[in-house]
Write a protein that binds this ligand. Structure first.
Ligand code: SAM
Length: 400
């Protein structure tokens, strides 16, 4: 007997899935999907089965994710626990080198669809491993997931963490935290190291724990830019780029953020690294735009600019690209000759080609040229078939 519900897919969904896109998004066809079954068999108009799908009826837009297109799909649903473990092991092993090098305590162990583990991200933060579940499918398969995880840690020879914490969205799309392994409560705060630099993490908020791990690989790739440089870190948050600059030989660092809370946190992070010369660091509590406007005399060898995808300084709302459009002449002025500008764009909705074209056009009549491009990499390496997995875009510009 066929244990799976067959669901007809929109021809456009079918086409995209066959090209490697891993999602079925909401349309009139998905409205007819059954609500309770975890797996669905996606079929075409002729009833030909095409994909084994992970059902997610409560998700507002992604109604199903592709588990596999290969083999006997009914058999594949039976093999799910084994395949799940194999995919976890593969994903863990890919990062074993980064883990074993111990260059940083924060590593992404599983990066969702890029590791063929749709809707799961696992982030290690020292003794705490956080599992983010973005698909309701996993609510129904939690037992299998936890079993597979237990086995995968052992098979991939990655020590089981002290805490294994699941973060998931409930029916109302609110985030809930559940400790699966370890003491009943997470510590309020904890110190981890990234590239030998200590940072305090705080666990009051579900996401805002104090470090952007997806930027760690990017920081490492930019290591050569800091030596003997006077650095401006715009939108500095808790100071990961500022401290990294000090660690890598910056002569001076100015950190700008709108939030006093993050600047205090940055100061605290600085105090956790007593070998750094704190007199080389200046904090400025201001909007980046106000800082640039007021900055008449000062100039820098390196400017890091990592705005949130949309930000407001209380007066104007602006997205990151608009920030670059409106501020390029000021950014150009404060960079010294032969100096560099690092421009970050954190959104999947603008491709790297478009970002590059836009910045190139803004630089046309200026003494600035693009010398390096970076996207999601290392533990956060994305896949071409899913732009959402390649949301980080970084351009390094050099002044003549
Ligand atoms: C994406 S985070 C930067 C992350 C940081 N580059 C890192 O890797 O740790 C954005 C930061 O911009 C700050 N911010 C938002 N709007 C701002 C504005 N208009 N001016 C200055 N800082 C702002 C936020 O407080 C937040 O700390």
């Amino acid at each position: 007997m066929n244990p799976l519900s067959r669901v007809t897919l929109h021809p456009a969904s079918l086409k995209h899935i066959k090209l490697g896109h891993p999602w079925v998004t909401k349309d009139q066809y998905t409205d007819l999907f059954p609500k309770r079954e975890p797996f669905l068999l996606g079929v075409d108009a002729k009833g030909q089965s095409t994909a084994l799908l992970m059902n997610d009826p409560n998700h507002p837009t992604i109604k199903a994710r592709v588990w596999t297109l290969r083999g006997d799909l009914i058999e594949q649903s039976r093999l799910f626990p084994r395949t799940l473990k194999e995919r976890l092991v593969q994903s863990f092993k890919k990062r074993r080198e980064i883990i074993n090098e111990k260059k940083r305590d924060n590593v992404c162990l599983v990066f969702e669809e890029s590791d063929e583990l749709p809707g799961i991200q696992i982030l290690t933060l020292g003794p705490i491993h956080q599992i983010f579940l973005y698909s309701g499918f996993w609510h129904l398969k939690k037992r299998e997931l936890l079993q597979a995880l237990n086995e995968a840690y052992i098979e991939a020879e990655i020590p089981l963490p002290e805490y294994l914490v699941i973060q998931k969205r409930n029916q109302n799309q609110m985030t809930e935290r559940e400790i699966w392994r370890g003491p009943k409560r997470l510590p309020e705060s904890m110190i981890i190291q990234e590239f030998g630099i200590n940072y305090e993490l705080r666990f009051k908020d579900n996401y805002d724990h104090g470090i952007y791990t997806d930027m760690a690989a990017i920081r490492e790739k930019l290591a050569d830019l800091f030596e003997n440089s006077k650095v401006l870190n715009l939108y500095c948050y808790t100071g990961a780029f500022s401290l990294y600059a000090l660690k890598n030989g910056a002569s001076e660092v100015v950190s700008v953020d709108l939030s006093k809370n993050y600047l205090d946190w940055l100061d605290h992070n600085l105090s956790l690294n007593p070998s750094f010369d704190g007199t080389k660091h200046t904090r400025v509590e201001a909007s980046a735009l106000d800082y640039l406007k007021a900055c008449k005399e000062e100039s820098f060898d390196l400017v890091i600019c990592d705005p949130p995808s949309a930000s407001s300084d209380g007066k104007k709302k602006m997205n990151a690209l608009q920030m670059y459009e409106t501020q390029m002449s000021k950014l150009e002025k404060i960079v010294r000759p032969k100096g560099r500008l690092v421009l970050v764009l954190n959104t999947h909705s603008i491709s790297m080609n478009k970002f590059e074209a836009k910045i190139r056009s803004l630089c046309e009549k200026r003494p600035l040229k693009i010398v390096q491009t970076l996207v999601n990499c290392d533990d956060y390496k994305g896949v071409k078939t899913l732009p959402e997995s390649r949301y980080l875009k970084i351009l390094v510009l050099q002044k003549d």
